[in-house]
Design a protein around this ligand. Structure first.
Ligand code: MN
Length: 753
C-alpha cells in the first residue's frame, strides 16, 4: 500500500466517523443537555483516535460499532450523556493501549468504574470458549455496581447481533446461543421488551434459519389479511374513543417470530393454528399521572361495551406492576370473527416503560414504587452472589429460576403487597418477610385457613405466618422453598445453629467431665462416641447441645470397659468405614444353617416332642436365623421364643431354668417376622425412596413403619419390616448400606413393639 493510499483511507475514515457522530447527536438530543454535548464529543474523539485504522469483520471502520452502541443506548434505552460516553468508550480499554487510569484521568471516576465493569464482563464472558456458570456469576457481580453496565452491555450485544452476518458460522451459533440463554432473559428482567424481542428473534434466526424463514414468510403472506382484521376490530373502538374525546393511538403488532415458534412448540400446533398472532395496543395521552388508572378502566369499559371480555383474562398490571416495572391493563375480548384478541391499554408513560424498561423510570422520577422493585431485585441477586458457599451451577439454576419464573403477588395480614416467584410456598413467604419469621415458622394461615408451611401460595393470597419460639429449622425445609432468599437463609441459619449447638454441647460435656474429675482425653472419646452411637465428636457435641443425648449415665459409661465391645459385636452393626464389622456379618450369614422342615420351629421339650404352640417374644423379636430359646411358663402355656441373648431370656434361664425349652429355626419362606433397622447418614433428597425401593424391590419385604428424622443435614431413621429370616435381613442391611449417603445401618436387637 502506498503512502498516498493510506492517507486517502484515513481521510475517508474521518469523514465517515463525522457522519456517524452527527447522526448520534441528532438522535440523542432528546435525552442530553446542550452542555453535555462537549463531554460526548470528547469521548467520541478518544474512541475514534484509539480505534483508528481498525476494521470490523464486515470491513467497516471499527468506530461504527461504538457509535452504534451509543445510539442504541440513547434512542432505544433512553439513557443520558454519561451512558453515551461509556458506550463510545466501551471497547477502548479492552482493545487499545489506553488504560483505565487514562479514562479516569480524562473522564472522571464514575465513567472509569462503568468502563471497568464493561471490560470485566468482556474478560470473563466474551473470551471464554463456552458459557461457564462461574463466569456468569462474575458478570452479574458487576450488575450490583451500576445497572448501566448491563444496559450498555445489552446494547453492545444487540448491535453485535444485528451485524452477526459477517461472523463465521460457528461464532454465530455461540453468540446466538448466549443471547437466548442470558441476554434476552436479562433484557426481559430489566423490562426492555423491545430489545428482548429483537434479541430473541435475531438469535432464533441464526439457530434455526429454516424455521425463521418459514415463519417470517408466513407472517409476511398474512400481512394483508391481518391488517384487514386489525382494521375490522379497531374501527368500532376508534369511533367510540374519539367520540369521548380520548386522545390515543391504536396499533396491532404481530407477535414476534420467536414467540410464535415457542407457542407452536408448546402447543404442538402448526403456524395456521396460532390464532392470537396479534395484540392490539391502545396508547392514550394521559391527563395526568393520578388519573391514568381511571382512564385505563374507562377505556376498558368502552371496549367491553363493544366486545365481550373473557372473564378470567383481565391482567391489572397498574394496581400491582410487574417487578420489572411493567404497567398496563390487559384484557382479552371476543373479536368480530370469533377469535379472542388481546387488548393492552397503556398510557404514554406506561408505554415508554414497557418499551424501554426501568430506564424510563428515571424520566418519570415521581414513580418511586417501581424503582423500589428494581432495587429489590438487585438486592436479591446480591444476596445470592454474596453467599460464598453456593455452588456456581446451583446458583445459576436459582438465578435462572428467579429470572424466568413468573411472579405471584400476595399480601401480608396488614395488606402489604409482596412479589414472589410462582409456586412459592408459605415458608418462602415467611422468609420473604424476615429470616427470623422463617426460622420460627410452624404453620401459616392462608386466607384465614390453616395450612402447612409447604403449602403453595397463589396470587392474591393473604398470608399470616404462625411462629413459635420452640421451632427449630429443619433441613428438609430446603426442599419446601423455592426462592433463593429462603434457601440461603435456611442454610445459613442451620450452619449458625449447628455451630451454637456444638459449642453448647462441648461446654456441657466439659463441665460434666470436670464434675467427674475426668480429663477429656482421646481415650474418653473412644469410649463415649460408640456408646452414644455417633460418628464424630461434633455429632456428639451437637446432640448433647440439643438435648438428644443426656449425660446422666456418663459416670457409668466411663467405668464400663470391655462390655462395650461385646455389645457392639452382637449388634451386627455395619458401617461403611468399618470393614471388620462387615466381616463379622459375613461370618454370621454363612453360619446360618438352613433346615428343610415345614414347621418354622422345632421346639423340643423333654417330656413330649409334639408340635408346640409358640409366640414370638415382644421384647426381642427374634427372626429365623437368630439363636433362640423357648420359654414355657407352665404345662398349658404357649412357648415364648426369645433370642438367646435377650436379657429377659438370660434372666429366665438363670432363674427358671426348668421352663426353658430348646428351639431351632427351620428354613422359613412363608411366614414373615417383624424386625427393626435403625439407620443414619447424610440427608439428601430422595434417600427415603431409595431405601424403600431396595426393601420392596430386592426382598419383597413389607415395610410396617418407616420413620426418618433429619437434623443438621444428618438423618436418622427407623424401619420396622417383615422379613423371612436373618439371611434376608442381612442381605437387606448390606444393600441399604450401599446406598449413597447411608453411614450406618443396623438391626435394632432390642426393640419393643
Ligand atoms: Mn463492543
Amino acid at each position: 500500500m502506498t503512502k498516498q493510499n493510506e492517507n486517502h483511507k484515513i481521510i475517508d475514515e474521518d469523514i465517515y466517523a463525522e457522519e456517524l457522530y452527527k447522526d448520534l447527536i441528532e438522535s440523542c438530543s432528546m435525552h442530553v443537555k446542550a452542555k453535555d454535548i462537549q463531554f460526548i464529543r470528547k469521548a467520541f474523539d478518544l474512541a475514534k483516535k484509539s480505534h483508528k485504522g481498525v476494521k470490523r469483520k464486515s470491513g467497516e471502520p471499527y468506530i461504527l460499532h461504538p457509535v452504534a452502541v451509543a445510539k442504541i443506548v440513547t434512542s432505544e434505552i433512553g439513557l443520558g450523556a454519561k451512558a453515551i460516553a461509556c458506550a463510545l468508550l466501551h471497547d477502548v480499554v479492552e482493545d487499545t493501549d489506553y488504560t483505565l487510569n487514562d479514562i479516569e484521568h480524562l473522564f472522571g471516576e464514575k465513567i472509569a468504574s462503568i468502563i471497568d465493569g464493561l471490560t470485566k464482563i468482556s474478560g470473563v464472558f466474551d473470551n471464554s470458549s463456552s458459557l461457564q456458570a462461574e463466569n456468569f456469576r462474575k458478570m452479574l457481580l458487576t450488575l450490583s455496581d451500576d445497572v448501566r453496565v448491563i444496559l450498555i452491555k445489552l446494547a453492545d450485544r444487540l448491535h453485535n447481533m444485528r451485524t452477526l452476518e459477517s461472523m463465521p458460522p460457528n461464532k454465530q451459533l455461540k453468540i446466538a446461543g448466549e443471547t437466548t440463554y442470558l441476554y434476552a432473559p436479562l433484557a426481559h428482567r430489566l423490562g426492555l421488551y423491545a430489545i428482548k424481542t429483537e434479541l430473541e428473534d435475531l438469535s432464533f434466526k441464526y439457530r434455526h434459519p429454516k424455521y425463521f424463514q418459514e415463519i417470517a414468510s408466513k407472517i409476511y403472506d398474512n400481512e394483508k389479511k391481518r391488517q384487514q382484521e386489525i382494521n375490522r376490530f379497531s374501527l368500532p373502538i376508534i369511533e367510540i374513543l374519539s367520540q369521548k374525546n380520548i386522545e390515543f393511538d391504536i396499533n396491532g403488532r404481530p407477535k414476534s417470530i420467536y414467540s410464535i415458534w415457542n407457542k407452536m412448540q408448546i402447543k404442538n400446533v402448526p403456524f395456521e393454528e396460532i390464532y392470537d398472532l396479534m395484540a392490539i395496543r391502545i396508547i392514550f395521552k394521559s391527563e395526568n399521572k393520578e388519573t391514568e388508572k381511571a382512564q385505563c378502566w374507562r377505556i376498558y369499559s368502552l371496549i367491553t361495551d363493544i366486545y365481550t371480555p373473557k372473564p378470567d383474562r383481565i391482567r391489572d398490571w397498574i394496581s400491582s406492576p410487574k417487578a420489572n416495572g411493567y404497567e398496563a391493563l390487559h384484557v382479552t375480548v371476543m373479536g368480530p370473527n370469533g377469535k379472542w384478541v388481546e387488548v393492552q391499554i397503556r398510557s404514554e408513560r406506561m408505554n415508554e416503560i414497557a418499551e424501554r424498561g426501568f430506564a424510563a423510570h428515571w424520566k418519570y422520577k415521581g414513580n418511586k414504587t417501581n424503582e423500589g422493585e428494581l432495587d429489590k431485585w438487585i438486592k436479591r441477586i446480591r444476596q445470592m452472589l454474596e453467599n460464598p458457599a453456593a455452588d456456581a451451577l446451583e446458583f445459576l439454576d436459582e438465578f435462572k429460576m428467579n429470572l424466568f419464573a413468573s411472579e405471584i403477588m400476595v399480601f401480608t395480614p396488614k395488606g402489604e403487597l409482596r412479589t414472589l416467584p410462582k409456586y412459592s410456598t408459605a415458608l418462602d413467604f415467611a422468609y420473604e418477610i424476615h429470616t427470623q419469621i422463617g426460622n420460627k415458622a410452624i404453620g401459616a394461615k392462608v386466607n384465614h385457613k390453616l395450612v402447612p408451611l409447604n403449602y403453595v401460595i397463589k396470587s392474591g393470597d393473604q398470608i399470616e405466618i404462625i411462629t413459635s419460639n420452640k421451632q427449630r429449622i429443619q433441613t428438609e425445609w430446603l426442599n419446601q422453598v423455592k426462592t433463593a432468599k429462603a434457601k440461603t437463609s435456611i442454610t445459613d441459619s442451620i450452619k449458625a445453629e449447628t455451630k451454637d449447638r456444638i459449642e453448647k454441647g462441648k461446654k456441657i460435656l466439659e463441665n460434666k467431665l470436670k464434675e467427674l474429675k475426668v480429663q477429656p482425653s482421646s481415650r474418653v472419646f473412644r469410649k463415649i462416641i460408640p456408646e452414644f452411637q455417633v460418628q464424630t465428636k461434633d455429632e456428639l457435641y451437637s446432640k448433647i447441645g440439643s438435648g438428644i443425648i443426656k449425660l446422666d449415665d456418663l459416670k457409668k459409661i466411663l467405668k464400663k470397659n470391655t462390655k462395650n465391645k461385646l455389645i457392639r459385636y452382637w449388634s451386627l452393626q455395619f458401617s461403611k468405614s468399618n470393614t471388620t464389622n462387615k466381616e463379622k456379618k459375613n461370618k454370621q450369614t454363612s453360619n446360618t444353617k438352613e433346615f428343610d422342615y415345614k414347621q418354622p420351629l422345632i421346639i423340643s421339650d423333654d417330656s413330649e416332642n409334639e408340635k408346640l404352640k409358640y409366640d414370638i417374644a415382644k421384647c426381642c423379636n427374634p427372626i429365623p436365623g437368630d439363636e433362640v430359646v423357648g420359654y414355657k411358663k407352665n404345662e398349658t402355656a404357649d412357648v415364648i421364643i426369645h433370642k438367646a441373648k435377650c436379657p429377659n431370656a438370660i434372666k429366665l434361664m438363670s432363674s427358671q431354668g426348668n421352663c426353658i425349652v430348646v428351639a431351632k429355626w427351620t428354613s422359613q419362606k412363608h411366614l414373615s417376622f417383624l424386625a427393626k433397622l435403625t439407620l443414619s447418614g447424610i440427608d439428601r433428597l430422595g434417600i427415603a425412596s431409595d431405601i424403600t425401593n431396595i426393601i420392596s424391590k430386592e426382598l419383597n419385604a413389607n415395610i410396617r413403619k418407616i420413620y426418618i428424622e433429619t437434623h443438621d443435614g444428618i438423618f436418622e431413621g427407623e424401619i420396622e419390616l417383615y422379613v423371612h429370616n436373618v439371611q434376608n435381613l442381612n442381605n437387606l442391611i448390606l444393600n441399604i448400606s450401599k446406598i449413597k449417603g447411608i453411614d450406618s445401618v443396623k438391626r435394632d436387637e432390642s426393640f419393643v413393639k
